[in-house]
Design a protein. Sequence first.
Length: 313
Amino acid sequence: MMKSNIMVCIAVAGLVLASCGKKEEKDGKQKRGTTEIEAVVVKPDELINVIRTSGNVLPAEMVELKSETSGRIVNLNIKEGTRVAKGTVLVQVDDSELRARLRRLNAQLKLAEENEKRKKELLSVKGISQVEYDASFTELETIKADMDLVNSQIRKCAIIAPFDGTLGLRNVSEGAYVTPGTTIANLVQTDNIKIEFSVPEKYADFVKSGLDITFNISGNNTKYKAQIYASQSEIEHDSRALLVRAITKNADKTLIPGAFANIEIELEKLHNALLVPTYSIVPLVNGQSLMVVKHDTIYNVPVETGIRTDDKV
């Protein structure tokens, strides 16, 4: 009966990688087998430690345009897909009642100011009591506070672009009645693009601000570069991974928020690395080993492995 046993060997002298097979034959009695060796020379080589992960493309800034008050839209200045400047009034909710209330308060303010002034003069000559003056002063301050409140409510009737950006698709039309929480449209800033991804906990010390990454997006093989600018302050408990963000310019607008990104991160470069085929590593109960050839003799040598590539370690 023919029995074949294949094992991979590495030569210490000359650094030779080999696979050794031992053949045994039984023909009434066992005959001495022969050993076949396939050798591969292992030489120091450059090794780049690269981790690969996936992530998402995010806009540099994004906001959902929502009304802070209930009312009917009287002016909708949202042209879908167009750029707008910071400070542009995009939506105006009817504020006519509030403005009427403000005019009334303005009239009351003038009267209250005159009344407070007279009472102050009378108080100075002891023509009235302190209590009477305090009442006029309180009335004046109450009107001012009411005016501040109404002005705040009027400001909430206008939705203003918080930054330069591009408008998305709108969800309402002019004349629609909106309530707080109603999303009218999205505004995004895509002159710069963020890449959000996670790396395993063991690489957290390598991933620092300023480190460059390379990525491409689904359906596009073009390689883009970005630079890490921030990471989460803690490891995510469930995934045992660190959330990281990088940023890059997007002048030609080819990178669209929401796209899937394939990411490569170069962590370190080793110039004298010894790489052996992954299959040459022999697992043991208490570690790993390689079969090493020295002066035509095979030795079993314990080893500790490091960086892995697709087919080598």
